[in-house]
Design a protein around this ligand. Structure first.
Ligand SMILES: NC(=O)c1ccc[n+]([C@@H]2O[C@H](COP(=O)([O-])OP(=O)(O)OC[C@H]3O[C@@H](n4cnc5c(N)ncnc54)[C@H](O)[C@@H]3O)[C@@H](O)[C@H]2O)c1
Length: 271
């Protein structure tokens, strides 16, 4: 399916680790819609090698960058403009990681070095990416920047742990930087709050299988897939959403406005 919605547009896509990654599927969709881009990920993720397969498929260049390193981001953005032959129209921040989650530390027993690391990778990196883009005047007017979030920024999901705080920070950065990007550069900044999705990052959350089933049964349209997220992102990168900015947009089958569903009530009644 292609409507050439991104024809002539250039960008950077962060976070394609493997074919389940939301960024991977988004890259394939952006390619189909006529966009050209640089793929990037942390050097450690590069060593796993799969990103080259995606690069080949989408005629794109890979430039490694640790999204917490200003030096790496500076290099990434300058080189991307060279490689793509002009300033950028879209950027996808699809990055998340909590060391506390990975190592099974409870929210009530944080290792704060790990908390800092997770905050830097998952949230502050979004500020760093935007600040580097802003200072380099790297975005074209009416460009679009999107980061991916989760509803634990607003509501309690105990096992989501410190990632909940990271997502709250991320969404706030989208609004705060979005103001300056809008005023000074006519660029929009939004976050998409996505349903639980079976990816490496998603499956790392304790009890993920139950979590994803519960969300599915609660949502009138069921969980949004990675492909749904990719398609939504395409609309936000396209010229059809030029004045949508400073928003946290739910792509979750309706979950965020539900109280309870008949399916969940039936399960509870039958217990
Ligand atoms: N999977 C879900 O259930 C779900 C739900 C809502 C939001 N999200 C968000 O979607 C985004 C993408 O995650 P995903 O589910 O596709 O999982 P994923 O594991 O495929 O992607 C996470 C990416 O972050 C990258 N990354 C980690 N540290 C980095 C660093 N220092 N520099 C640069 N990149 C780094 C990883 O290499 C990986 O490519 C994340 O922000 C995640 O929190 C995921």
């Amino acid at each position: 399916m292609s409507n050439n919605l991104l024809k002539g547009k250039r960008g950077i896509i962060f976070g394609a680790l493997d074919s389940n990654s939301i960024a991977w599927i988004t890259a394939e969709r952006v390619f189909e819609e006529g966009g050209t881009f640089v793929l990037t990920n942390a050097p450690v993720a590069m060593r796993m090698g799969q990103i080259n397969e995606l690069a080949e498929k989408t005629n794109s260049t890979v430039i490694p960058a640790d999204a917490t390193s200003l030096e790496d981001l500076e290099n990434l953005i300058t080189k991307s403009i060279e490689v793509l032959g002009g300033k950028l129209d879209f950027v996808l921040h699809s990055i998340g990681m909590s060391v506390n989650v990975r190592k099974g530390k409870l929210y009530t027993d944080q290792n704060y070095d790990w908390t800092h690391k997770g905050l830097d990778v998952s949230a502050m990196s979004f500020h760093k990416v935007m600040q580097t883009l802003y200072k380099n005047d790297a975005m074209n007017e009416w460009g679009s920047i999107v980061a991916l979030s989760y509803m634990a920024a607003q509501r309690v999901f105990p096992d989501y742990n410190d990632m909940a705080d990271n997502k709250a920070f991320l969404e706030s950065v989208a609004r705060s930087f979005g103001y300056f990007f809008g005023k000074d550069k006519k660029v929009r900044v939004n976050t998409i709050s996505q349903s639980p999705t079976p990816t490496t990052a998603g499956k790392g959350v304790k009890g993920f299988d139950g979590f994803i089933k519960y969300a599915h049964k609660m949502s009138p349209l069921g969980n949004a897939t990675a492909m749904d997220c990719a398609n939504y992102t395409i609309t936000l990168f396209s010229d059809l959403t030029k004045r949508v900015t400073l928003q946290n947009l739910y792509n979750d089958g309706g979950f965020s406005n539900m109280g309870v569903s008949d399916e969940i009530m039936n399960i509870i009644d039958n217990n």
